[in-house]
Write a protein that binds this ligand. Structure first.
Ligand code: ADP
Length: 184
């Protein structure tokens, strides 16, 4: 599913973030930046040791912040590592931290002249954020950013599994309430 914001594109696909050909992908990292499971593990496995070397030099990343490294052996030039919140009960600033994770990743991408970026569904795996709520925050933050900035031409959400894609699609439809072009 694809939606336009001004002249730029917000797209939702099912797939593997490590296979993307955007200029940058975003990693749902943890504060240590030492790698982990889920999407973090997949990115480091596919990207090779250069990414971890740079992460170790950077030293760490606070929740809601973002840092950037090489893309190593991946097709992308850059990996932006951000740390989403661990979901407790929704009363510990989780929405704000999740919004910050997306916003700061986009800001960092802009500052590096990156024009296309792919995100996974941050915090909705091991960090336990309820999917529908997280999708709302992810999509609202991306739409707002695209409305306010014109430099990033493509924001792609790469969702792992059909069910996750369907939730994001439903939420995006609700948010935009416009007709969509669905790929065949
Ligand atoms: P977090 O710790 O932020 O919750 P996870 O990696 O556990 O991060 O999960 C975040 C999301 O990424 C989940 O929806 C998970 O299914 C998804 N995911 C896992 N591997 C990949 C991958 N290779 N590409 C895209 N998404 C992935």
């Amino acid at each position: 599913m694809e939606s336009r914001v001004n002249k730029n594109v917000l797209s939702l696909i099912e797939g593997d973030i490590t296979k993307q050909d955007t200029e940058a992908i975003v990693n749902a990292a943890n504060k240590s930046l030492r790698g982990g499971g889920g999407v973090d593990g997949a990115i480091h496995r596919a990207g090779g040791p250069k990414i971890l070397e740079e992460c170790i030099k950077i030293g760490g990343c606070e929740t809601g912040e973002a840092v950037i490294t090489t893309g190593g052996n991946l097709k992308v030039k850059h990996v932006i590592h951000t740390v989403g919140p661990i979901y407790r009960d929704g009363l510990h600033n989780e929405p704000k931290f999740l919004e910050d994770a997306y916003k700061n990743s986009l800001k960092l991408a802009s500052s590096k002249g990156i024009k296309s970026i792919a995100f996974p569904s941050i915090s909705t795996g091991a960090y336990g954020y309820p999917l529908e709520e997280a999708a709302g925050i992810a999509l609202k933050t991306a739409i707002t950013y695209l409305k306010e900035h014109t430099d990033i031409e493509l924001v792609r959400f790469v969702l792992f599994g059909q069910k996750t894609l369907e939730v994001y699609e439903r939420v995006l439809k609700r948010l935009t309430q416009i007709a969509f072009k669905c790929p065949a």
